[in-house]
Design a protein around this ligand. Sequence first.
Ligand SMILES: NC(=O)c1ccc[n+]([C@@H]2O[C@H](COP(=O)([O-])OP(=O)(O)OC[C@H]3O[C@@H](n4cnc5c(N)ncnc54)[C@H](OP(=O)(O)O)[C@@H]3O)[C@@H](O)[C@H]2O)c1
Length: 252
Amino acid sequence: MTNYIIVTGTSRGLGEAIVMNLLQKGNHLFCISRTKNEKLVQAAKEKNIPLEYFEHDLSDPKKTEELFEKIFKSIDFENASAISLFNNAGVLQPISPIDKYKTADVTTNIHVNLIAPILSTSIFIKHTKDLDIEKRIINISSGAAKNAYYGWSAYCASKAGVNIFSRSVALEQAQRKYPVTIFSFAPGVIDTEMQREIRKSNKDDFVDLQRFIEFKENGVLMSPDFVAKKVITLLTSDQYNNGEFIDIDNME
Ligand SMILES: NC(=O)c1ccc[n+]([C@@H]2O[C@H](COP(=O)([O-])OP(=O)(O)OC[C@H]3O[C@@H](n4cnc5c(N)ncnc54)[C@H](OP(=O)(O)O)[C@@H]3O)[C@@H](O)[C@H]2O)c1
């Protein structure tokens, strides 16, 4: 039997660490990002774990729908013990007050952070609704879903959207015979490219800049591997209610 796991945003950061930790016997990985992560491909080869890599731009909804349809059509449901999806890919840009926003940056943000998870969840549930197996979707959210940040309004809105989307889907699943479990997860501050991008931003555009510079200087940022190990526990944990927003700070 096989655990099928789809992870988006696997070229670096948290997504890469999630997949690295899931390269275990019995798992079959599908990885998605615009850039192929050769390190993951090589590691999977060495461990003899099936891993399929899709170089794909999640800001294109039509092609994203086609990709997820293709992935789900390729899954051997008869042989599946569990199917899971981490909607992890994310973009922070645009970082600036709203009056400086460029339309293209806003649409990319909402497409990658919110529309792609909505589409992938829809296709996941459509294909798996009659399967009596473990089915989980983990949407990577952020503390910015709950706290407003000066200069991050699109990002905050997209992540707040992910939270209420997850709760709404869980409400629907409560009526289903074989429900999918769906969570949104705030991973805390992680030492990734996204944090480097924040530190490179301009103080006039992001007034909390100094606080984030100090996170790095004071060693507050968590490693992607540490956070990946935490979020992976959500694939099997029965501690949380369906649809719940789980903050890493409140996990044991
Ligand atoms: N780092 C933090 O402190 C922090 C805090 C709270 C929440 N988060 C959330 O955690 C998740 C992972 O963040 P991270 O820190 O690992 O970020 P990261 O290092 O910037 O990595 C982002 C990943 O998303 C992928 N991605 C971006 N745009 C994409 C697109 N158009 N199509 C496909 N893939 C795309 C990137 O791959 P390509 O560029 O190769 O496409 C990359 O693999 C995100 O959802 C983020 O919002 C992070």
